[in-house]
Design a protein around this ligand. Structure first.
Ligand code: HEC
Length: 115
């Protein structure tokens, strides 16, 4: 028979394993869904300003010309993105350099469970 104390230790142990497992599954799921922004001098600012409302996937899957990125960034600023006016051009350069129309499409994870 388990004594009361041993039982408590066992429960705590199982809870810890469960949390660890859950945390692991959750992290891998989340990281499978969100893409990373490519490195660049302005990357961390783009990360801060542009991940406030959505993740990076919506950005990395775009293939836009510089003109279209300019419109896109201005639209996001109008919608509430906090971009220092000094950084606006660097944002546009970074995005149009990394996500131009001639780059092959981003591999899209399929969300449907069908094989
Ligand atoms: C205030 C919230 C907010 C911020 C901050 C924000 N966005 Fe968005 N963004 C949105 C919304 C809302 C959509 C539309 C989402 C949808 O269609 O599911 C969107 C969509 C997009 C799209 C997809 C094309 C489109 O126009 O629908 C791109 C690309 C994009 N955002 C880029 C950016 C970039 C780059 C930044 C940083 C400069 C940024 N976003 C910051 C709210 C925001």
């Amino acid at each position: 028979m388990l004594r009361r104390r041993e039982f408590h230790v066992l429960v705590a142990f199982c809870a810890a394993i469960f949390c660890g497992l859950f945390g692991f599954v959750w992290t891998t799921r989340v990281s499978a869904q969100s893409a990373d922004l490519p490195p660049g001098p302005i990357q961390s600012k783009v990360q801060t300003a542009c991940m406030e409302c959505h993740d990076a996937r919506i950005i990395v899957q775009q293939r836009l010309s510089k003109k279209a990125w300019t419109k896109e960034v201005d639209k996001m600023i109008k919608w509430g993105a906090v971009v220092d006016p000094k950084d606006r051009d660097a944002f546009i350069d970074y995005l149009s350099l990394n996500f131009p129309p001639d780059k092959p499409p981003e591999p899209m994870p399929r969300v449907s469970a069908k094989k």
